[in-house]
Design a binder for this molecule. Structure first.
Ligand code: FMN
Length: 149
């Protein structure tokens, strides 16, 4: 049980294609630092990556979430980070994940389509609600075995 008030931040960004890492390698590297730091800081969340666009949900104490996002925002592995939502929440959606990650696969296109995010992700069709509902479904159905490091 959390005794702190939970804050949730949802953002979208673009993978910096100029970097040398392949998409899966980039995701693995990001995830290992994320889990180490987030476990220490009481941050939980979910990261979706399709090789081009990152969608991430961060949850925890407000100051910690803000500090984590400030660090993430200046990371050169991505750009154009844009916050879709940042607000208090009654509870964590991903209490058991210091950070879960899902690399988009054609096998789960129907899940993306169900949440209005089929095909290429365009910023204008995105909303925090869509990202959150997609991540919740992925966490429950597709992905009881997230990337292991
Ligand atoms: C898309 C993306 C998501 C990230 N998510 C997190 C995160 O949830 N927590 C975190 O600490 N770092 C995250 N990072 C990494 C940070 O930008 C930064 O590299 C890291 O926090 C530095 O940690 P270190 O000094 O312990 O290596 C993310 C980076 C990217 C590009």
């Amino acid at each position: 049980m959390d005794t702190i008030e939970i804050h949730r931040l949802v953002y979208v960004s673009k993978f910096n294609l100029g970097r040398v890492d392949s998409a899966p390698a980039a995701l693995r590297n990001i995830l290992s630092a994320s889990r180490r730091n987030n476990a220490k800081n009481g941050v939980t969340g979910y990261l979706i990556f399709d090789g081009e666009t990152f969608l991430q949900i961060l949850e925890g104490a407000e100051a910690t979430v803000s500090g984590t996002f400030a660090r993430i925002e200046s990371d050169r592995r991505h750009r154009h980070a844009s916050v879709l939502e940042a607000k208090p929440s009654s509870a964590r959606l991903f209490p058991t994940w210091s950070m879960a990650a899902y690399l988009r696969s054609p096998a789960h296109e129907a899940v993306f389509a169900r949440h209005g995010l089929g095909g290429k992700i365009h910023q204008r069709t995105l909303s925090a609600d869509r990202v959150v509902s997609l991540a919740v479904e992925l966490s429950l159905s597709v992905h009881n075995s997230p990337i292991r490091l």
